[in-house]
Design a protein around this ligand. Structure first.
Ligand SMILES: CC(C)(COP(=O)(O)OP(=O)(O)OC[C@H]1O[C@@H](n2cnc3c(N)ncnc32)[C@H](O)[C@@H]1OP(=O)(O)O)[C@@H](O)C(=O)NCCC(=O)NCCS
Length: 233
């Protein structure tokens, strides 16, 4: 049988076949290796290019502090994000209930009477539509440092680098304001994509606890920690 680059044998066949075939297969295997090497590098180059394009695309997005006028947009993103990302985590009755009203009350109050340590930012698209928000607290815990309490990107805007940019921005702001340098947050263990996002940013899981949100039914939550914000990768 003639091997093409596409049907080249896996590594464990290579040595035996090369000896039996007087080198002909060796030449073909070398060509196949070169092709695999080329594919691996072209994959890396393409992924770097997509990542650069993704960041470039976000250059026209704005991150700014939220005001009371943003309460409704933030409540809408929060509700949509819970219904989408937490569908397998929070009770269906809770998610299909009147959480919009509850979130609107929470965000109106937080943006009206927030403590001086609270920081809420929104991301706006070039058309001025809110795409994401984050809420953090400086020096929240003497051991674990500042807290990122909420980070949500609209479900249809995820995976484009918005969360990454917003998280880095809030981490920088918290570190500039806080007296300590640590940062932490809680994430549901079942939120696998969310956890992967934080681990890629250099966070480490340091402990596990049970969620106190009644609709979570005691599901596990993980504390993710950055001892210093410089560690955000
Ligand atoms: C987690 C979240 C804030 C990340 O923001 P984002 O703009 O989607 O993230 P980026 O584009 O910067 O990075 C993409 C990464 O985010 C993570 N991610 C989490 N949920 C995702 C989703 N629904 N779609 C795409 N990526 C998601 C993944 O790790 C993804 O990378 P990978 O799939 O290559 O591993 C955002 O996806 C989100 O709002 N998720 C739902 C709410 C949530 O989990 N918040 C954090 C709770 S503590």
């Amino acid at each position: 049988m003639w091997w093409t680059a596409a049907t080249a044998p896996p590594d464990d066949l290579k040595g035996v076949d090369e000896k039996r075939d007087g080198g002909r297969r060796g030449v073909i295997a070398a060509a196949a290796n070169a092709t695999q090497f080329g594919r691996r590098w072209s994959g890396k180059i393409l992924s770097a290019w997509f990542s650069r394009m993704r960041r470039h695309h976000l250059d026209d997005f704005v991150i700014r502090p939220a005001t009371e006028a943003d309460a409704a947009s933030i409540a809408e993103i929060h509700t949509a994000s819970w219904r989408d990302a937490y569908a397998h985590i929070l009770a269906p009755d809770f998610l299909s209930g009147s959480i919009e009203t509850d979130r609107l009350a929470v965000w109106s109050q937080r943006l009206r009477d927030g403590s001086p340590t609270q920081l809420v930012n929104v991301v706006l698209s070039p058309a001025g539509q809110a795409q994401a928000f984050v809420c953090g607290y400086c020096d929240f815990d003497p051991v674990w440092g500042s807290l990122v309490d909420n980070l949500h990107v609209r479900p249809d805007a995820r995976g484009r680098g918005i969360g990454d940019r917003l998280f880095r921005a809030v981490a920088g702001e918290l570190s500039a304001k806080a007296s300590g340098s640590g940062l932490h947050l809680w994430v549901f263990e079942a939120n696998v994509a969310g956890l992967r996002f934080y681990e890629r940013l250099g966070g480490r899981v340091v402990e596990s606890a049970r969620s106190e949100i009644p609709a979570a039914g005691g599901k596990a939550v993980l504390r993710v920690h950055w001892p210093t914000i410089v560690q955000i990768g």
